[in-house]
Write a new protein. Structure first.
Length: 308
């Protein structure tokens, strides 16, 4: 079984050394934390929240082997491997596959705008053909606010028809649940073994009820345990109450630059200020934002115990 297990994933934030390189040991330890005490079923490193498109190629290429050497389960990791250059995407995906990580979250080529569906199809087809493995599992990454290259349902269906199970699912970061619904209804969702992940845990039960596979979210770096509680709560008032907790936490995260906020919270939890380092052009939270975030977390009882 090569496909990633379904559930609650964190789009894991990335720790950087002073020279801008990825601190691999710290990232691996953090991902292990996310999948234990952190409440996540899996992790999606080098995605948007992980500043993946700002991570140097040498680091992105080296990470899968480091994860494998650390014994991190291959069915619990979906590496972000998208790149504007088709052959960079191939190289990044091949490094993951070579290390046993067959699941890749793949942005469309995002520099040239308004590409045709034929052009986007060719990009993904090139990836499938160059990797040349029936065990590859591609998760298409729809994030038009950042990439400015949306993926149409027609394109998704065309890729699925041509390559079958290799096109394993889709992460919908549009922030619009109706878009997630459209993808689920077009593909059949989990009933047709096509795993669609909305990017906001506020959509957890809306998505699960119509065939989503779970959630891949930036704010589950911090709030995944609450999401798991909502997922396991029985239908009715208990579930509704648990979802209100989830939605409140998600709203707190939305008040701040997400990547910087998640890193600041991890710095508080771990006592390691290295976590606050961002890659240009992103910057850490201001003193005012840090103070506001701390107050907001304290108000909902979510401030890490080690920082209280």
């Amino acid at each position: 079984m090569t496909k990633a297990k379904r559930g609650i994933y964190a789009a894991a934030v990335t720790p950087f050394n002073e020279d801008g390189s990825v601190n691999k040991d710290l990232l691996i330890g953090y991902c292990k934390h996310l999948m234990s005490d952190g409440g996540c079923d899996g992790v999606a490193p080098t995605g948007t929240t992980g500043e993946g498109t700002s991570v140097a190629m040498r680091d992105r290429l080296a990470l899968p082997e480091a994860f494998a050497n650390a014994g991190i389960a291959t069915d619990a990791v979906i590496f972000g491997t998208g790149a504007p250059a088709a052959e960079d995407c191939v190289a990044l995906t091949q490094s993951a596959v070579a290390a046993g990580y067959m699941n890749a979250l793949v942005l469309p080529p995002y520099y040239y705008k308004n590409p045709s569906d034929d052009g986007l199809f060719a990009y993904y087809a090139n990836l499938v053909e160059k990797i040349g493995s029936d065990d590859l599992r591609i998760y298409l990454y729809h994030f038009p606010q950042m990439s400015a290259v949306p993926l149409s349902t027609d394109l998704v269906l065309r890729l699925r028809k041509e390559f079958g199970g290799i096109i394993a699912g889709l992460k919908d970061s549009s922030g619009d649940f109706e878009q997630s619904r459209a993808f689920i209804e077009a593909t059949g969702g989990v009933s047709e073994d096509f795993d669609i992940y909305p990017s906001s845990e506020a959509f957890l039960w809306d998505g699960l009820s119509i065939g989503s596979a779970g959630i891949i979210s930036g704010s589950t770096n911090v709030f995944a345990n609450g999401v798991q509680a909502a997922k396991s709560a029985p239908e009715g008032s208990e579930r509704n109450a648990a979802m209100e907790v989830v939605k409140t936490a998600r709203a707190v995260a939305g008040r701040y630059p997400l990547m910087a906020a998640m890193k600041q919270i991890e710095a508080w939890r771990s006592g390691n200020d290295l976590w606050t380092r961002m890659t240009s052009p992103l910057v850490p939270l201001t003193a005012e934002q840090k103070s506001g975030l701390r107050a907001d977390l304290e108000a909902i009882g979510a401030m890490p115990a080690s920082a209280v």
